[in-house]
Design a protein. Structure first.
Length: 372
């Protein structure tokens, strides 16, 4: 393939970062030249530092996070122009033509690139991680409502059509059969530890459930006597730091024991916890949908973060792949409901198309048609 595939992610949420690394690993495994870039590398330092401050605030106060989600960020005010100039020079020098973009924040930079190369054709695949465009895409409507005019749009999960079209491969193993899974439930608040998940732990405890809790910080580790396990991402790690982009370093956390944070090459380590759980209890972010489908692990749906996550929840519920926490509670926390959802997920996974294989085939088709 003549031009390196450039995968444009964002570290703002792991749902726009981890899928990029999954795609990159799959491409490299097929001996296709590809590279991941993370948007926050090209943001001025004071704006980038503010992300970490907001992350802590939103973890503590989900209502504040919900308010901020409705206030689109015009990224043009935050761009580090020198850094962008450097990356555009590299793209031009290397004649980059193939891009997969997961965050709307990159569109301004891609448009700049098109101008620089005199509008020569480039192959840009906008990959929507959520079932409808998330805030980084909706924010473009203020200054670039026709942003997708020159680019391809692909939905993994489509709220409008009420269907799953594609899956992103995570590892190579088949889903664990429901009956073979441990009688445990994973519970988390996404990459930023947001939402109402902590409010549910005591009630689940009272009903005898053993939990795999993804803690945001070490002082949340408790309840081990109830049979819970606690896990964490390395709190010192940030997606956009360092010269290489890696899956989030992850470890089980025990009181009095120093965590051993590790990162796999193939996929995010937290997936191993999720694929062995009866269900995952969390807000319905796009990254969780990818994992749910790949592992055939049902989602017990908590309050969504914004309209795009509400659409995700509605789609999963409509297709019988997830259930609202309150509805599951009203059923008496029945496991047989979840087993049916697991089976539905297996069927959906088997009928969906591997996004990366489809992308490669289209790219090869484009190259062959140009040669003819």
């Amino acid at each position: 393939m003549s031009s390196k595939i450039t995968i444009l992610c964002s570290g703002f949420g792991l749902g726009f970062y981890v899928p990029g690394l999954l795609i990159n690993y799959y491409l490299k495994n097929k001996e296709i030249n590809s590279e991941v870039l993370v948007f926050e590398k090209y943001v001025v330092e004071n704006k980038r530092d503010k992300i970490a401050v907001n992350k802590k605030a939103y973890h503590k106060n989900f209502k504040l996070a919900l308010v901020s989600e409705r206030m689109p960020w015009d990224i043009r005010e935050s761009i580090d122009n020198d850094m962008v100039e450097e990356v555009l020079n590299t793209w031009e020098k290397e004649n980059r033509r193939n891009f997969i973009v997961m965050s709307g924040h990159w569109i301004y930079i891609l448009d700049q690139y098109r101008k620089r190369i005199n509008n020569k054709p480039i192959n840009v695949d906008i990959l929507y991680i959520d079932s409808e465009p998330s805030p980084s895409w909706k924010g473009l409507n203020k200054y670039n409502p026709e942003y997708s005019e020159n680019y391809n749009e692909t939905f993994l999960f489509n709220a409008e059509k009420k269907e799953i079209s594609f899956y992103v491969p995570v590892g190579s193993e088949k889903p664990v059969l429901f009956k073979e899974r441990e009688n445990r439930f994973m519970i988390h608040g996404g990459g930023w530890g947001m939402g109402t998940y902590q409010e549910k732990i005591h009630e689940l405890e009272e009903n005898g459930f053993k939990l795999d809790v993804i803690a945001y910080k070490e002082d949340e580790v408790k309840g081990v006597e109830q049979g819970h396990r606690y896990f964490m991402m390395d709190p010192a790690w940030q997606a956009w730091n360092g010269s290489e982009f890696i899956f989030p370093p992850f470890s089980e956390v025990k009181l009095g024991v120093t965590p051993n944070f590790e990162s796999k090459e193939q996929y995010h380590t937290s997936f191993d916890v999720l694929r062995n759980a009866k269900a995952v209890i969390c807000k319905p972010g796009g990254g969780t949908l990818i994992d749910s489908l790949a592992a055939a692990t049902p989602i017990i749906l908590l309050e969504p973060f914004g309209h795009h996550e509400k659409s995700n929840a509605d789609l999963w519920e409509k297709l019988g792949l997830g259930i609202k926490y309150e509805t599951w509670k009203e059923s008496g926390f029945k496991l047989d409901i979840l087993e049916v959802m697991h089976e539905n997920l297996v069927k959906q996974r088997d009928s969906a198309v591997n996004y990366v294989d489809d992308y490669i085939n289209k790219l090869i088709g484009n190259i062959e048609s140009k040669v003819k």
